[in-house]
Design a protein around this ligand. Sequence first.
Ligand SMILES: [Mg+2]
Length: 334
Amino acid sequence: MAHRDAQPEHATRPKRSAHADAVAGALLGTAVGDAFGAAAEGAPSTTIAAAQRALEQRRQHAPLAWTDDTELAWILAETLAQGVATAGRTAPDALDEDALVGRIAARADLRRGYGGGMIALVQRWRAGQPWREATTAVFPDGSFGNGGAMRVAPLGAACAFDPGAGTELARRQAAITHAHPLGQDGAVVQARAVGLATARGRFGRDELAALVEVPATAELHAALADALRLADQVHGEADDAVLAEAVARLGAEVVAWRSVPLALWIAAVTGSVPRAVTLAVAAGGDADTIGAMAAAVRGAADGASAIPQEWIDAVEDGPHLAGHARELADALTG
Ligand SMILES: [Mg+2]
């Protein structure tokens, strides 16, 4: 039996790892993108300068409420953290879908911008219907919305050094609500993007290029190839013209293959969480979810410590969320 006294007494507590900072950044990026993007949800696209002014004004009206994107990302992170504590590592057996469904059923505040399909699902779960039956009953052909992708960032960051586990876990956490291959593929692509941003500590055109072969569906594969071509048109800061072209070609909608590619393009052509959120708001459409996904990738690449404090403070419960994000990140990377 190892003797603890053999450990040097002067050993200092290790600093929080870069990996944990990236996981916390993915969580906080999700919350910041969601809360700042929420007021623009469903809005038409606008100029980057107008979006910048709108965000400045929004900051004056803090606290900004977060929506389903943040709530579900946190619930997924907590469920996975519990699984990691039991399994001892971020492995496929670290995700228990029944536990995830149970946590969402117990905790989801359905007034927080949930879509009609998700509300119907959660109500069925609360009535005791098994999740596989409920998903088929509510979406007979399977949902291909972006709900599986919008919440997956902490999982993607946690699995950054095991892409195989990241892919499998992303698909399985999506399947509780999204039986359609496109809904699951969107979640896998978003998780792998956050994982790559975490592992490399950056996210630009090379990372986007590395993701083009990840999708299992032709739709997402083609859209990511197109996003890469659009990223190659950006030298320096993205302007209104290239953003308008990206929105026209990639979409800013609620379906997975017409939102994840734009979010990843935004993450690749911006250098910070605030700039990513600004472009998502300027893009219009599903701005809270596209903002959350783009900012999650940037948050993972840059680390939580790079997100400006005033942006975190403007989010509802921001300081508390930041502390909780760091605790979850430690648990997911410990
Ligand atoms: Mg939302």
